[in-house]
Design a protein around this ligand. Structure first.
Ligand code: HEM
Length: 526
């Protein structure tokens, strides 16, 4: 039989039969490999999770409103112990004592596990960089730009935006209007980050409509995260598409495209401005010569030109505006809920604020709020209790062998840990789901720094949040001003619906039908 007659005798049905048989054989072989011959085969965990990633897909994308795999990993730990193989390629460890080993800083080399950072569609930015060395090079100028020494020079930005927020609360007291306080905290945090990092307002304070729209954008970006974690490269493919096409293909992703477009335009302008300067000075990291924008902070480095394209700058700007505003806004929103549902804590906080600032109309200084122990304890406790980053924060040690108890973890294995397992561990924080700021104080009523060993809401190691000090200052100043100046009341807010984290969207999210944390301003305090 000739070659062509062999193929002509092959019907289309037989072709598909062979094709599907090949796929079935390949899948069968892959499952056998993963269960019996894979380097992780001897680790405990459900066989189905070890056999296929569709197990995780089911929990994170199909079950309920999505983002449910975090609860399944909790169940796995209950059944199998502190180390579990949660999917074919990944281990998860629940043991606060191992945190500093896995996320060791200094000379330790840690890559990121690609799905845990590429889902955001920002592979050229600090957050999305997989490999250790380029990550360090990219992080250095941003870490300097967001360091306390440098942003202290921008104290008036913090003060003026908080003053705007305060004026809005004053107007609400007159009108009696009930509002979702997350919108206010989000627009305040976004305005502060935008004015500091981009050198201009973003316009949310002047337009209530835009502020609500921004909250919807933030929620939409979070909602698509579980899907993109399963298919991390799809975000990257979709980003260059025009917004109208994405609206047709995957409408929930359209707000991300719009935000990237905005950041790209900002980046192009910054590149033009820096290019038009006759002599570009390299920033020496001192506060006195602080670059006006985060773009300039990157452009005025010795990084190669390929690191200074608008496309690359957009990826860091996207993280700064999104990551810099929403987690802080959520923390302040939830803190408001906990304060208003714990009157004795609120009373102690207001006593401290009244003593420190007898005249409530005076603007607070950064140094002043940093020195108030109970206020600092309230913010720490809010960050601990909400443990907002629900991601498994997976890293890969490319060349180091890790040892956990009797287990040897070979180089190249993805290993993750979850912040909440430490922040809610009852042996470290007794009664871990109660709001108790006192737990951060020593016998003299000062912040007890010895208790920072397990304080990890901003993560640890090479990948620790670079905006942790900036965010803490922003929260201290905003909350101190609000609770010094106003008496607030909660309205129609239910913990289970409006505060409790029930979905892992990288950041923990509430029920999709949340009505927000709603408040009424009762009176101005004297
Ligand atoms: C309450 C507020 C905040 C919380 C709880 C928070 C938490 C975190 C956590 C847990 C990470 C680690 C993520 C990972 O490794 O996958 C992270 C990373 C990051 N955060 Fe924040 N963050 C906050 C505010 C901010 C602010 C204000 C900025 C900047 C304006 C910022 C910028 C970043 C960046 C750029 C990264 C990536 C760092 C890296 O990969 O090396 N964050 N943040």
């Amino acid at each position: 039989m000739g070659f062509s007659s062999f193929f002509s005798s092959f019907s289309i049905t037989s072709f598909f039969a062979v094709f599907f048989l090949a796929i079935a054989l390949y899948s069968f072989g892959l499952v056998i490999y993963r269960l019996y011959f894979h380097p992780l085969a001897r680790f405990p965990g459900p066989k189905l999770a070890a056999a296929t990633k569709w197990y995780e897909f089911y929990f994170d994308v199909l079950k309920g409103a999505g983002g449910q795999f975090m609860f399944e990993t909790d169940r796995m730990h209950e059944q199998y112990g502190p180390i579990v193989r949660v999917n074919p390629d990944e281990l998860h460890i629940k043991d606060p004592e191992f945190y500093d080993t896995l996320y060791r800083a200094g000379s330790a080399v840690r890559d990121k596990y690609p799905p845990s950072c590429l889902f955001a569609g920002t592979p050229l930015g600090v957050f999305g960089t997989v490999k250790h060395e380029p990550h360090r090079a990219r992080k250095a100028p941003l870490a300097a730009y967001f360091s306390k020494r440098v942003y202290r020079t921008a104290e008036p930005i913090f003060q003026s935006q908080i003053e705007d927020f305060s004026d809005r609360l004053r107007n609400r007291q007159i009108s009696g209007k009930v509002t979702d306080v997350r919108v206010d905290f989000l627009s305040t945090a976004t305005e502060i980050v935008s004015r500091y990092a981009f050198g201009h307002p973003i316009g949310l304070h002047d337009s209530p409509h835009e502020a609500v729209d921004w909250l919807l954008t933030v929620k939409a970006i979070a909602a698509v995260s579980p899907f993109f974690k399963q298919f991390p490269y799809v975000a990257e493919w979709l980003l260059p598409c025009p917004e109208w096409l994405v609206k047709v293909l995957y409408p929930v992703f359209a707000p991300s495209i719009r935000l990237h477009g905005k950041m790209q335009r900002e980046a192009v302008e910054a590149c033009k401005k820096v290019a038009s300067d006759e002599k570009v000075t390299i920033w020496d990291g001192t506060p006195e010569t602080r670059p006006q924008t985060v773009f300039e902070a990157i452009l005025q480095t010795n990084l190669p030109l390929a690191e200074k394209t608008p496309g690359r700058l957009d990826h860091d700007a996207f993280t700064a505006i999104f990551g810099g505003s929403d987690p802080a806004a959520r923390t302040m929103t939830n803190c408001t809920f906990w304060l208003l549902t714990n009157p004795s804590v609120l009373q102690r906080l207001q006593q401290e604020l009244d003593t420190a600032t007898p005249d409530p109309s005076k603007r607070l200084r950064v140094q002043q709020v940093e020195e108030l122990p109970y206020l600092n304890a309230v913010v720490k406790e809010s960050l601990r209790l909400q443990a907002i980053s629900t991601s498994r924060l997976e890293v890969v040690c490319p060349s180091e062998v890790l040892r956990y108890k009797d287990w040897v973890i070979h180089p190249g294995t993805a290993v993750g840990m979850s912040l909440r397992h430490t922040l809610h561990d009852p042996s470290i924080y007794p009664d871990p789901h109660a709001f108790k700021p006192e737990r951060w104080l020593d016998a003299a009523g000062k912040i007890d720094v010895a208790k920072d060993k397990y304080y990890i809401p901003f993560h640890r190691g090479h990948r620790m949040c670079l905006g942790y000090a900036f965010a803490t200052t922003m929260m201290l100043m905003t909350l101190a001003t609000v609770f010094r100046r106003f008496d607030l009341e909660l309205v129609d807010t239910i913990y289970e619906r409006d505060v409790k984290i029930v979905r892992d969207c990288f950041i923990g999210e509430t029920e999709p039908d949340t009505k927000g944390v709603k408040i009424r301003v009762l009176k101005e305090r004297k």
